[in-house]
Design a protein around this ligand. Sequence first.
Ligand SMILES: [Zn+2]
Length: 238
Amino acid sequence: MPSHRLLLSLLGAWLLAACHSIGPLGRGAAYGDKPGPRDFRTVVVDAGHGGRDSGARARGLTEKTLALDIAKRLAELLRPDFRVILTRSYDHFIELDQRAQTASRQSDAVLVSIHLNYGRRWRAGPETYWWRVDSYSLARRMQRHLAAVCPHESGNAGLVRRRLRLTRNPAIPCVLVECGYLTNLKDARLLGTSDYRQRLARALAGALREQRLAGDSGMGPLPAPVYAPPSKATDARG
Ligand SMILES: [Zn+2]
């Protein structure tokens, strides 16, 4: 019956519209499935933890303090060429969702969240977490540059695709780096020196500059998008 068909097609059109209207944090339309950024102007630098949340603590080092130090060094290195936004510039607590919102207010931008790792004593070296297709090349470049600075990787996970609040939820490409293990003697010795933290910051700045110039080129085929809802506080980590 024609009227039946009309009803069905109206229903179909409504469903399609509903799917697309879920919005950037919803699950309907593809999210973060675009190519990686190129020629971007702004870098949101996020120093992990802060205030009452000290992050990992081991071998006399505290994650929130080192993360802020590396973040400030990175900001300084980027400022001549980029607009830089620090999510925090002193020792205070910020919710992860608030950090994601700060990033989402920026356009033509990427987010880098800086952390230090905690694990078995023999694990050493950097790890880089990404989730979205638009963040893959930047994550690869960051992991490569960080690994070039670290003289002794051991049992570290390297480049990891994982849905975290700061690798899934912001409206801009976003990468989370673990610059080394506080629990590892060799990592901790290096991370305790300003010289090594400066080298880590330089590695991150180099990866950002490379991404801005080259976009995804030289990175091979892009990974397939994975559709998943925004990461929530109840998720295991992040
Ligand atoms: Zn952390």
